[in-house]
Design a protein around this ligand. Structure first.
Ligand SMILES: Nc1ncnc2c1ncn2[C@@H]1O[C@H](COP(=O)(O)OP(=O)(O)OP(=O)(O)O)[C@@H](O)[C@H]1O
Ligand SMILES: *[C@@H]1O[C@H](CO)[C@@H](O)[C@H](O)[C@H]1NC(C)=O
Ligand SMILES: *[C@@H]1O[C@H](CO)[C@@H](O)[C@H](O)[C@H]1NC(C)=O
Ligand SMILES: [Mg+2]
Length: 332
């Protein structure tokens, strides 16, 4: 939490105290009453999240810092995300909401990056009431209820954007979402000035999926086999892989919805598979966040016992950094 609301609160107490002293004793009680009411309002505003700059305030420096220091092995994703989010948030008059689609192997940081974005926009991060996370299998599990889900989802998006234009919607397991459901939110992603009097242009939509992950792995593996640096890999090297696997995949419901044809997604963000050294980095920061002194020997032991692929070369971690929090407990 930032200190700002408290400072304002203190200021308020001080000012009302000074006024009371100066006019004593004529209308002390009256002023005290007003002071208490003001105080009450301030406290209420401090505790109750509102859609204003006290609670919703983009920190570009913070996002850059977090992407540079907390996200490992994702130089392409970090660069695209920083540019996309900063550009959008600094644009006073965006023509459409920001729509990002994050792709990649499991445990490579897709949810983690969404969290970093949320933390640098909303004071309360992921627990903000303006950030909404939908998981296909948890929120929309039964295909037979698709029509209920559709109207529910539309009402949620509309209702929440009405309350706060700067709302964020994260759709996890996008590749498992029913195409009809994706279709139902399509209008909100488009270039409309407003729909039924509600403008969606300040909103942020983030789609997460493993779609295209295997092709991204193939590109990364080719680089590795050619002895080239991972950091040489650029967005354009991966875009082709993504488009071949995702955009042209006739079996993928996600991509049958015109989301791509209509250019509603602003950025496709590839997440690279993680290597041993990134697992070690994740392990070290996990130790710190659990309150331990980071111990490289312990972390290396843990990282060594994880599974890597391809079998012969053991280049990329099978589960990425995802299992580290639970695994680490066996080693410390
Ligand atoms: N590149 C990374 N840098 C730093 N930490 C990471 C990275 N990738 C994953 N982690 C850590 O591992 C945890 C799990 O990763 P995350 O949930 O973001 O994976 P994911 O890409 O969403 O995987 P899945 O496709 O299985 O949902 C994160 O909370 C974070 O602590
Ligand atoms: C923005 O983030 C930076 C780096 O994390 C931090 O030092 C700074 O205090 C933040 N600014 C605001 C206004 O919160
Ligand atoms: C906002 O979205 C949440 C789901 O995240 C939903 O439960 C809630 O009813 C929505 N609010 C409105 C006003 O539609
Ligand atoms: Mg995930």
């Amino acid at each position: 939490m930032k200190a700002r609301p408290w400072t304002a609160l203190l200021h308020c107490i001080l000012v009302s105290g000074l006024i009371v002293e100066a006019i004593e004793p004529v209308s002390t009680s009256l002023l005290l009453g007003t002071g208490a009411a003001m105080l009450g309002r301030k406290i209420y505003r401090y505790l109750y999240e509102t859609c204003d700059e006290n609670w919703v305030n983009f920190n570009a420096t913070g996002l850059k810092y977090d992407l540079d220091t907390k996200l490992y092995g994702q130089h392409v994703a970090a660069q695209v995300i920083l540019k996309a989010v900063t550009g959008f948030m600094k644009n006073e008059n965006p023509k459409k909401p920001l729509v990002l689609s994050l792709h990649g192997w499991t445990g490579t940081g897709k949810n983690f990056v969404s969290q970093l974005i949320a933390e640098n926009i909303y004071e309360k991060g992921m627990s903000s009431s303006f950030v909404h996370l939908f998981t296909a299998t948890a929120h929309f599990p039964h295909e037979m209820h698709i029509n209920t889900y559709k109207s529910q989802l539309q009402n949620w998006v509309k209702g929440n954007v009405t309350i706060c234009p700067r709302s964020m919607f994260i759709f996890d397991e996008m590749d498992k979402m029913h195409p009809g459901l994706i279709d139902s939110i399509k209008p909100y992603l488009d270039f409309y000035e407003s729909l039924d009097g509600v403008s969606y242009r300040q909103a942020i939509f983030i789609f997460l999926s493993n779609a295209g992950g295997e092709n991204i792995v193939q590109v990364a593996l080719d680089f590795w086999r050619d002895g080239r640096e991972r950091e040489e890999m650029q967005l354009k090297d991966l875009e082709t892989a993504l488009s071949l696997s995702v955009f042209n995949n006739r079996n993928s419901g996600f991509w049958h919805t015109g989301l791509i044809d209509k250019n509603l997604v602003d950025f496709f963000v590839p997440f690279l598979p993680l290597e041993y050294k990134h697992i070690v980095q994740c392990g070290l920061s996990e130790m710190v966040s659990k309150g331990h002194v980071p111990d490289k020997e312990v972390v290396e032991m843990m990282a060594h016992d994880l599974n890597y692929f391809p079998k012969e070369e053991r280049v990329f971690s099978m589960q990425g950094c995802k299992v580290i929090p639970s695994r680490l407990d066996f080693y410390v």
